[in-house]
Design a binder for this molecule. Structure first.
Ligand code: SF4
Length: 330
């Protein structure tokens, strides 16, 4: 279990053109005492749980404030209410001294808002530029402490093209993180990106482009054993009210998984005469509004649900009379 605590834009000195964490989280930052109360109410029985500080640049908080949150985590850990904590931050805000502080509270994982490894894209997005040498040093420092690393990427940032995004995927694989989050860039009301969009200086991805880019990325990350932690922002009223434009869908991750499923099945479009799969795969195989079945021209194909099958495979009966098991890469 993860107990998330949102500290919207706390520790953020930079002006990332796309960001409005207040809209995404819709809650003010809780104090360290509030955090303690929250964890005790969410986990009264001391189930295995990890506290998560999200929504800002945790390692760039004013030092006193950082120590207060870390000390809270340390106390909760000593009482057996959490196993440790994780936090999100900017890669430029990682230093050995601050990592030593985090270690005292039982840090277990750090999520790095890398967004793109292309310096030009970082600059156009208002980020503090972080080159690959620095990223390698940061990720290595986390792994040396046996902490998990998660890289957050944002396809569709200003100045990014196909080649730039593919380079970011390759660079991210080279960092060997434990996981990746993929958040296609959205235009949120009141951000600098909103101004750029209105003045014609920024064009967001459409949903189809975002699905294509993310399915390609997911495929490559999974081939290397990199876990996909999440795709697309968590749905919520506050977020919906703030989105002006961009590839938004409340079940974005499902759309990408469904596209991957289609890609796996396409080679058998002509030869498959029946299909069996675990019931949990039904919607992924059929696709949003049955788009996959339409693309495969399988609307009338016998489609049997079988709970005995795994959730990483599909069984296909081919016109040769042979059943084959098709592994799905997730
Ligand atoms: S993207 Fe990250 S670093 Fe930039 S303002 Fe938002 S929370 Fe802060």
């Amino acid at each position: 279990m993860i107990i998330p605590v949102f500290l919207p834009m706390q520790g953020c000195s930079s002006s990332c053109v796309f960001c409005d964490q207040h809209a995404i989280t819709a809650t003010p930052a809780p104090s360290p005492i509030d955090v303690e109360t929250l964890v005790k109410s969410r986990n009264p029985d001391g189930q295995p749980a990890q506290l998560a500080f999200y929504g800002g640049s945790f390692t760039a908080l004013p030092r006193m404030r950082l120590k207060e949150y870390v000390d809270t985590a340390r106390r909760l850990r000593s009482e057996g209410l959490i196993t440790g904590f994780r936090c999100s931050t900017r890669p430029d805000a990682i230093h050995h001294e601050v990592l030593d502080i985090l270690q005292q509270g039982g840090c277990e994982a750090i999520e790095l808002g890398v967004q793109s490894t292309d310096i030009r894209v970082q600059q156009q997005s208002g980020r503090i530029p972080t080159d690959m040498d620095q990223l390698h040093r940061v990720v290595a420092a986390l792994h040396q402490r046996s902490w998990q690393s998660v890289i957050q990427l944002m396809p569709g940032l200003p100045g990014e093209d196909q080649a730039s995004f593919l380079r970011t995927i390759t660079d991210t694989i080279a960092l060997s993180p434990h996981g990746v989050r993929l958040y296609p860039t959205l235009v949120l009301r009141g951000t600098t990106l909103h101004t750029m969009y209105e003045s014609g200086h920024y064009t967001p991805l459409d949903l189809e482009q975002a699905i294509q880019m993310c399915s390609r990325a997911v495929s490559r990350f999974r081939e290397r054993g990199i876990h996909i932690v999440r795709m697309g922002l968590q749905d919520g009223d506050s977020l919906r009210e703030t989105i002006v434009a961009g590839p938004w869908h409340p079940a974005f991750g499902e759309l990408v998984e469904s596209r991957l499923c289609l890609q796996a099945l396409l080679p058998y479009r002509e030869s498959a005469v029946a299909l069996r799969a675990h019931p949990r795969l039904r919607s992924k195989i059929a696709g949003h509004k049955r788009q996959n079945l339409t693309a495969l021209q399988w609307q009338a194909l016998p489609f049997e649900m079988d709970e005995q099958l795994g959730i990483k495979e599909v069984s296909l009966l081919l016109d040769s009379g042979q059943w084959i098991s098709l592994p799905l890469n997730w």
